[in-house]
Design a protein around this ligand. Structure first.
Ligand code: PTJ
Length: 245
C-alpha cells in the first residue's frame, strides 16, 4: 500500500506496476534493472516531458501518419507500464501490436498475449501462432520477428529497446521511433526519431498529437520530418542532464 502523500508517490506506483508484472510473469528479471536505469535518467532530466521530447513526439506523430505499414513492438516493461495506452495508440492508428521480447519464453508470450487479448486487441502479432523470420545478422531468441508485422513494416515503434536489435532494424532499412530515457544509448543514437521521455508520460501525448494532426496534408508532415535533426535534439537532452548535474 503506497501513501498518496508520499513525495515520490508516482514513482512508487510505477515500481509497484513493475513488481506486479514480474510476479505475473510478464516482466523479465532484467526488466527491473532496466526500469531502475530509466528512473535514474528520468531524475536527471527533471521527471517531466522536456521541450526536446515534445518536439520528438510531434515528429514521431508526423512519421506515423505518413508511413504505410507501421507496427508497435511491445516488450515486458512497456506492457507492465502502459498496456492500455499502447492499445489506444494502436486503435487510433489502426495498426498491429507485435510482442517482441529480448528474453523470449513461451510463458511470458502467453501471459502478455492474454493481457492484450483481455484489452480487446485483435490485431496482435508475435504470438506463437505467427510465422517468424529471423532479423538478418541478429542471433538468439530475440531475432525472430513476425512475417506479417515487423518484417514487412516500414516504421516500427520500439519503446525501451535493446541497442543491438534497434541498430539492426535500421541497418535493414526500417525507420524507427524509440522511447528511451537514456539519450546516450545505442537505441537512442540509431533511431530515426528518439523520444527521450518516460514511456508513462509520452505515449498518451503521442496519441493526442496523432489525433490533432490526422487531417493535415501529408506534404506538410513530410516537410516537418525533413527539417528535424534527431542528433541535434539528442544533444540538447544530454546537455540538459549535464546542466542538472
Ligand atoms: O521484456 P524483454 O524480454 O523484451 O526485455 C526488456 C528489457 C527492457 C529488459 C530489454 O529490452 C533490455 O535489456 O533493455 P535495455 O538494454 O536495458 O534498454 C532499456 C532502455 O530503456 C534503457 O536505456 C533505459 O534507460 C530505458 N528505460 C527504462 N525505463 C524506461 C526507459 N525509457 C523510457 N521510459 C521508461 N519507463
Amino acid at each position: 500500500m503506497i501513501n498518496k502523500d508520499h513525495p515520490r508517490y508516482k514513482s512508487l506506483q510505477y515500481r509497484d506496476k513493475i513488481v506486479q508484472a514480474y510476479n505475473n510473469k510478464i516482466l523479465t528479471t532484467s526488466g527491473m534493472i532496466a526500469h531502475g536505469r530509466g528512473e535514474s535518467f528520468d531524475y536527471l532530466l527533471g521527471e517531466k516531458t522536456t521541450d526536446m521530447a515534445h518536439i520528438a513526439i510531434h515528429i514521431a506523430a508526423c512519421l506515423f501518419l505518413v508511413s504505410s505499414n507501421p507496427v508497435i513492438s511491445v516488450n515486458g516493461n512497456t506492457t507492465a507500464l502502459v498496456s492500455k495506452e499502447i492499445v489506444e495508440l494502436s486503435n487510433t492508428l489502426n495498426i498491429p501490436i507485435e510482442i517482441n521480447l529480448y528474453y523470449r519464453t513461451q510463458e511470458r508470450v502467453d501471459n502478455i498475449k492474454k493481457l492484450y487479448t483481455d484489452l480487446n486487441v485483435t490485431n496482435l502479432l508475435g504470438t506463437n501462432e505467427d510465422e517468424f523470420i529471423d532479423t538478418p545478422d541478429l542471433n538468439g531468441p530475440r531475432s525472430p520477428v513476425s512475417i506479417d508485422g515487423i518484417n514487412k513494416a516500414d516504421l516500427i515503434f520500439i519503446p525501451l529497446e535493446d541497442g543491438d536489435r534497434a541498430e539492426k532494424l535500421v541497418q535493414n532499412g526500417k525507420k524507427t521511433i524509440s522511447v528511451d530515457l537514456n539519450p546516450l544509448s545505442r537505441t537512442a543514437i540509431t533511431s530515426t526519431v528518439t523520444i527521450v521521455d518516460n514511456i508513462v508520460r509520452c505515449v498518451p501525448l503521442l496519441t493526442k498529437e496523432i489525433k490533432r494532426l490526422k487531417d493535415e496534408p501529408k506534404k506538410k508532415l513530410i516537410q516537418e520530418i525533413k527539417s528535424y535533426n534527431n542528433k541535434e535534439n539528442l544533444k540538447k537532452s544530454t546537455n540538459l542532464i549535464k546542466k542538472n548535474i
